[in-house]
Design a protein around this ligand. Sequence first.
Ligand SMILES: Nc1nc2c(ncn2[C@@H]2O[C@H](COP(=O)(O)OP(=O)(O)OP(=O)(O)O)[C@@H](O)[C@H]2O)c(=O)[nH]1
Ligand SMILES: [Mg+2]
Length: 200
Amino acid sequence: MGCSSSVPDRSAGRIGGINPDNGGVVDAKNLKVKLVLLGDSGVGKSCIVLRFVRGQFDPTSKVTVGASFLSQTIALQDSSTVKFEIWDTAGQERYAALAPLYYRGAAVAVVVYDITSPESFSKAQYWVKELQKHGSPDIVMALVGNKADLHERREVPAQDGIDYAEKNGMFFIETSAKTADNINQLFEEIAKRLPRPSPS
Ligand SMILES: Nc1nc2c(ncn2[C@@H]2O[C@H](COP(=O)(O)OP(=O)(O)OP(=O)(O)O)[C@@H](O)[C@H]2O)c(=O)[nH]1
Ligand SMILES: [Mg+2]
């Protein structure tokens, strides 16, 4: 299981060499932002990143160990660009203590659950509370119900995600890394919600 370990990418790597505290503004039209993905193991965080960055889905690779890093730049309709520097964290419990390393200073947090797993929805709520306590005060947060293709096995109603996101000032979307449904939209919506520097 997992999607990150099979990515042969120049910009991919593990901790070391890349500073998880970096990120910020390049200029008024071109933003560089640090984005962290959090959520239970197996919800599809690495697959979402792989789909967004490489347009691929790999059902056979391994769980994330520690964290992995990838980057991707998107162009918006007004010709501005956003470079996402993406920290894909490991959801296994043994790595939970590392998470602050990655969400500290992040401009964006994407909290993922699996629509077939109520446990993963509870875990997502744990991460939202953690970010509210210890994340940047102006962090943009997205709540993502992944594996939307498995609608016959759905156990978390979309309305629960919508309600929770609304109460917590988050953007909500359901995605499928497998079919690519709503993956680009997720990142485009985040880009639109980023605070823009005023032109000097
Ligand atoms: N059906 C379906 N399966 C998915 C989807 N996204 C991921 N998966 C599968 O779910 C499993 C876990 O995916 P990962 O991306 O490794 O999960 P993760 O959240 O990165 O897990 P950790 O690295 O342990 O935190 C893999 O077998 C994927 O193939 C999806 O949208 N639909
Ligand atoms: Mg992973």
